[in-house]
Write a protein that binds this ligand. Structure first.
Ligand SMILES: Nc1ncnc2c1ncn2[C@@H]1O[C@H](COP(=O)(O)OP(=O)(O)OP(=O)(O)O)[C@@H](O)[C@H]1O
Ligand SMILES: [Mg+2]
Length: 283
C-alpha cells in the first residue's frame, strides 16, 4: 500500500479581502494523494485549482481545516522549508518565477539556496537544460525569452531541484506542440521510473486522460474524482460546467447517441478506432 504524501482534511480557504458574496476559493475539501500517483486537477476558470496547488507547498495556508505534506502540517512554520523542497511548483505565468540574471543561474537558484555542492549544481543544471532542449539558452537573460521558453526554464529549475512531488499549474499552456510533448513525456517518465508524485492542473482533456486519477473542482468544491474513464466520460456533467472531454470521448458520445453500440469509457483515439473497426467487421 503506497503511503499518503498529500492530504487535506476539511480544507476551506477564503482569500483575504474576498467579497463576502463570493463563495470560498476552497470549501471543505477532503483529499488524499498517494506517493507515486499522477493526478490531474481540472475545473472551470476560478474553480480553485491554482489555490489548491498553492496549499500543497504552503504558499497559502488553510482558513479552516488542515493540509498535510509527508505528515507535516503546512500550518507548522518550521516544516515549511522541508515542504517546499519536497513539493516543487511551476506556475501558470512564467514571469512570476524568474529570479536569475541568466538562464543557468535561474535554473540553479533553488539548489544554491540549499547548499548543494557546486559541481553537483553544474551537473544537474546542465542535465535539466539538455532534457528540455534549451542548453543553447544557458547564458541568456531569462526576461528576454518567449513565454514558452520561460516556462521551459522554470521547469528545468524545478527538475534540477529533484523534488518528490511536482505541482504543475497548466505547464504546457504556453508551449508549442513539440514542447508540450517533451514536457509530458518527461513528467510521465519521472512519475513512472522515479516514482515522483505529480499533480497536474490542466484545461486540456487529452492531458487529464493520461493521469491515473482525475479530480474535478467546481466553485471550490471537489465535485467528482476517479479514474479518467469515470470522470472524463461524464460528458453531461462536464458540459454543465463548461468543460469538455477528449476529442475521441466527444465523438464516441455522439456516435452512441446515434445508436452505435460503443462501450462506455472511451477517451483515447486508439480505443475508438478499435471499436469502430470491430463494428465495421461485424456489419
Ligand atoms: N489573490 C486573490 N485574491 C482574492 N481572490 C482570489 C485571489 N486569487 C484567486 N482568487 C479567487 O479565488 C477563486 C479561485 O481562483 P483560482 O486562481 O484558484 O482558480 P483556477 O481554478 O486556478 O482558475 P483558472 O483556470 O482561471 O486558472 C476565484 O474566484 C478567484 O477570483
Ligand atoms: Mg489557475
Amino acid at each position: 500500500m503506497p503511503s499518503v504524501l498529500l492530504e487535506t482534511k476539511n480544507l476551506s480557504f477564503i482569500y483575504p479581502g474576498q467579497p463576502e458574496s463570493a463563495p470560498p476559493a476552497l470549501a471543505e475539501i477532503d483529499l488524499r494523494v498517494y506517493s507515486g500517483e499522477y493526478v490531474a486537477l481540472i475545473g472551470a476558470n476560478g474553480s480553485g485549482k491554482t489555490t489548491l496547488l498553492k496549499q500543497f507547498n504552503a504558499l497559502l495556508r488553510p482558513t479552516a481545516g488542515e493540509v498535510r505534506v509527508a505528515d507535516a502540517s503546512t500550518a507548522d512554520e518550521k516544516a515549511v522549508p522541508g515542504i517546499r523542497s519536497l513539493c516543487g511548483m511551476i506556475f501558470q505565468n512564467p514571469d512570476n518565477q524568474i529570479v536569475g540574471a541568466t538562464v543557468e543561474e535561474d535554473v540553479a537558484f533553488a539548489l544554491e539556496n540549499r547548499a548543494v555542492a557546486p559541481a553537483e549544481i553544474r551537473r544537474r543544471v546542465a542535465a535539466a537544460l539538455a532534457l528540455l532542449e534549451i542548453s543553447h539558452l544557458a547564458g541568456f537573460p531569462p526576461h528576454l525569452l518567449s513565454g514558452g521558453e520561460k516556462q521551459k526554464v522554470a521547469l528545468a529549475g524545478l527538475l534540477a531541484a529533484e523534488p518528490r512531488c511536482l505541482l504543475m499549474d497548466e505547464p504546457t499552456a504556453m508551449l508549442d506542440p513539440a514542447g508540450q510533448a517533451v514536457l509530458l513525456e518527461t513528467v510521465h517518465r519521472l512519475n513512472r521510473e522515479e516514482g515522483i508524485t505529480v499533480i497536474h492542473v490542466t484545461h486540456f482533456p487529452e492531458e487529464a486522460a493520461l493521469a491515473g486519477r482525475v479530480l474535478l473542482l467546481d466553485r471550490g468544491r471537489l465535485l467528482k474524482e476517479g479514474p479518467p474513464a469515470a470522470v472524463l466520460t461524464d460528458i453531461l456533467l462536464l458540459r454543465r460546467l463548461g468543460l469538455r472531454t477528449t476529442a475521441a470521448g466527444e465523438l464516441a458520445f455522439l456516435l452512441r447517441e446515434d445508436g452505435f453500440p460503443l462501450s462506455g469509457g472511451i477517451l483515447h483515439d486508439r480505443e475508438l478506432a478499435e471499436q469502430l473497426c470491430l463494428y465495421a467487421q461485424k456489419n
